[in-house]
Design a protein around this ligand. Structure first.
Ligand code: LLP
Length: 427
């Protein structure tokens, strides 16, 4: 979290030693100005994590398609588009975001298990790089739409290599019993069909086995299976232009030791070279490893409630703002943004005001806090705001991007009126 650091306190409060900064701005200032809960992103962090992929791939043909679902704020997409990023999208909404943010449609890969006809048409109209096909039914549907529009649809088959990603079951996608992809053993038949279709051009092969992987083993196992398939396709006379190895690289939320993009990609590149696929364009679809550490969520302690069993720190952020702890029991580090010298550290369950016992941001956390303190929930840049909801008619948080000593509102806080503006009463 090098872009979010504790530094000597700027406001020199007598009991505060150091306080948290986002790049060069004390986060207290951001919270005072923009309110809480507040998502704060660091532009430099985003650029640094994108560049780690770029540097790892600069020596070969490649396409880095940032997975829009991880954080789809227009400003985030625009920062990446300016660096030349491509995008992995899963809906027409995400495509429109990419276009609105200045992204290049020719660098877009369209993933997702059931692309709707209107989505396919729009993607063909703007000319996406390719469709990642997840079933034979979808292949036929894309052929029909492309034919009707007199366009050629470039496709890549997302194959399911039946590899255990060893991650949370909800975010594991490469096993046979998952809904994703085409069984790798059946893929040659589907490739043959795709080759025979009039408005389909086969360009690649794709797989994505899961998210938050903390070792390279499952990625490399999947790669071996893809290589076998690629050999088989070559023998069938099918020429691929690219290999898309998906996203999935994990980040350190707690004490995980995770490979860097370069650790991981060095092994992939080496294996491709050994097998004679050095010239193939390598496509990656990273989401979390680009955005997670580039964001924190700030939330204010409303009340401290000691009970016989435990201490609760009730904060103004909740499961509707950051869902990951509730649904995946995910750990996010929580810190007080000021270091008090006169407050005892106790164990707290940090919970929100939503009416569910599952509404927590962290359990049994050692914190030295007082009412009114500002807490930071780390690693919230990916799958944070994007998974937020209006549950309990709570307004969605504001988002701010810090760039050096400047802070920009990139999404203002929602209002209650906006929430029900699209609803209506019966006559
Ligand atoms: N490509 C495809 C086809 C995907 O389905 C995903 C993520 C990615 C790329 C990006 O994966 P990443 O690099 O971010 O691991 N909400 C969950 C994560 C769901 C990931 C879904 N697919 C969470 O909060 O952990």
């Amino acid at each position: 979290m090098e872009w979010f650091t504790f530094q000597s306190s700027a406001n020199k409060a007598p009991s505060a030693n150091r306080e948290l900064f986002a790049e060069q701005i004390p986060v207290q200032q951001l919270a005072e100005k923009f309110g809480t809960p507040l998502y704060v992103y660091s532009r430099q962090a985003l650029e640094t994590s994108y560049n780690a992929y770029y540097q790892a791939l600069a020596d070969r043909d490649h396409l880095i398609c940032y997975a829009v679902k991880a954080n789809s704020n227009l400003a985030v997409l625009n920062v990446l588009a300016r660096l030349g990023a491509g995008f992995d999208i899963v809906s027409i909404g995400e495509l429109e975001r990419v276009l609105a943010a200045g992204g290049n449609p020719e660098k877009v890969v369209f993933s997702g298990v059931a692309k709707q006809r209107h989505e396919i048409r729009r993607a063909l109209e703007v000319g996406v790089h390719c469709f990642n096909i997840e079933s034979e039914q979808e292949l036929e549907r894309i052929q029909e739409e492309a034919q009707a529009m007199d366009k050629i649809a470039r496709v890549s088959l997302r194959v399911n290599p039946d590899v255990d990603a060893q991650t949370h079951p909800y975010i594991s996608t490469g096993l046979k019993d998952n809904k994703f992809g085409i069984d790798i053993n059946h893929a040659p038949v589907v490739y043959a069909r795709a080759e025979a279709l009039s408005h389909i051009e086969v360009v690649g092969v794709d797989c994505h086995i899961g998210s938050q992987l903390t070792t390279t083993g499952p990625f490399l196992d999947a790669l071996e299976r893809l290589l076998l398939l690629m050999d088989q396709l070559k023998a069938q006379g099918i020429q691929l232009k690219h290999l898309d190895i998906g996203g999935g690289l994990g980040v350190q939320y707690q004490d995980e030791v995770v490979p860097s993009p370069s650790d991981y990609l060095v092994s992939v590149k080496q294996r491709l070279a050994e097998k004679g696929y050095g010239d193939l364009t390598l496509v990656v679809e990273p989401g979390r490893s680009i955005a997670a550490q580039a964001g924190i969520m700030l939330t204010r302690v409303e009340l401290i409630k000691p009970t016989e069993q435990k201490n609760f720190a009730i904060v103004d952020g909740a499961m509707n703002d950051l869902l990951r702890p509730s649904i995946y029991s995910a750990w996010h580090t929580i810190v007080n943004t000021v270091e008090h010298s006169d407050v005892e550290s106790l164990s707290y369950d940090v919970v929100g005001p939503v009416c569910e016992s599952g509404d927590f941001l962290g359990k049994e956390r050692a914190l030295a806090i007082k009412e009114g303190d500002l807490l930071a929930i780390y690693s919230s840049g990916a799958y944070g705001f994007v998974m937020s909801s209006n549950y309990n008619t709570r307004c969605r948080a504001a988002e701010v991007m810090v760039d050096g000593s400047e802070a920009y509102v990139i999404r203002r806080r929602e209002t209650v009126e906006e929430q029900f503006a699209s609803e209506s009463l019966l006559p």
